[in-house]
Design a protein around this ligand. Structure first.
Ligand SMILES: *Cc1c(COP(=O)(O)O)cnc(C)c1O
Length: 219
């Protein structure tokens, strides 16, 4: 199957899952995760009308996206991987959305860079819903205070929450927890669901899904 067919199948399944969950058409944004794929492999997705992409490494994104952006207007780039504060300047310059804010130090670095570069980047907080030691993200119990810190101390508005459920667990309870935390924190958007579980995530209220291998193939 060609990339365009796989992309259309994902789009179709998003539409059907949205309808099944009584969600309005277009309420769920597809973030096409292009990590590990080079510009050549990404161009067919852009040609098929995809504009929102996710990358998990600043360095890798920097190597391919300035050129791809120069070729096509309206690209929106999301950082979905962990961010080190020494990369904050580059991340703020390159990405439109950073989905992985998860500690005070990185929030401070992003806030400072947004002022220095006079550039606004949309922000999500990553939540470690499974409390996995190897995984990035703030603990669910610390989320409300962290969102308040970002808003009140740093003047950052947090647009959404993001999670990656443990690979070996039913994702539903993790998606439900993220939705509950978002309601409590007064945060509007939910980035949850990947190739294996994006329809489930939509049923639990995802406003964006991050789909890689179902579009680009196995990595
Ligand atoms: C790689 C990645 C995805 C996409 O995963 P697939 O299973 O290939 O769809 C989504 N979110 C994050 C944070 C990722 O790192």
């Amino acid at each position: 199957m060609e990339l365009e067919d796989r992309l259309n199948e994902v789009r179709d399944r998003i539409r059907k899952a949205s309808a099944a969950a009584d969600r309005a058409a277009g309420e769920v944004t597809l973030v096409a995760v292009s990590k590990t794929f080079d510009a050549e492999a990404i161009r067919p997705a852009i040609a098929a009308g995809q504009r929102v992409f996710g990358e998990n490494r600043v360095q890798e994104a920097h190597a391919k996206w300035p050129q791809l952006r120069a070729e096509t207007a309206g690209i929106e780039l999301h950082l979905i991987g962990p961010l080190q504060s020494n990369k904050a300047a580059e991340a703020v310059a390159l990405f439109d959305v950073i989905e992985t804010v998860d500690r005070e130090k990185i929030a401070r670095a992003i806030a400072a860079e947004m002022v220095r570069q006079d550039r606004k980047v949309r922000l999500y907080v990553q939540v470690n819903t499974g409390l996995e030691p190897q995984k990035a993200g703030i603990a669910p119990d610390d989320l409300i205070a962290f969102v308040a810190f970002c808003r009140d101390e740093l003047g950052l508005s947090i647009e959404g929450l993001m999670c990656i459920p443990p690979a070996d667990e039913n994702p539903g309870p993790h998606f439900a927890l993220l939705a509950k935390l978002a309601r409590k924190a007064g945060v509007a958007r939910l980035s949850m669901g990947m190739s294996g579980d994006y329809e489930t995530a939509i049923a639990f209220g995802a406003t964006s899904v991050r789909v890689g291998s179902a579009i680009f193939g196995t990595r």
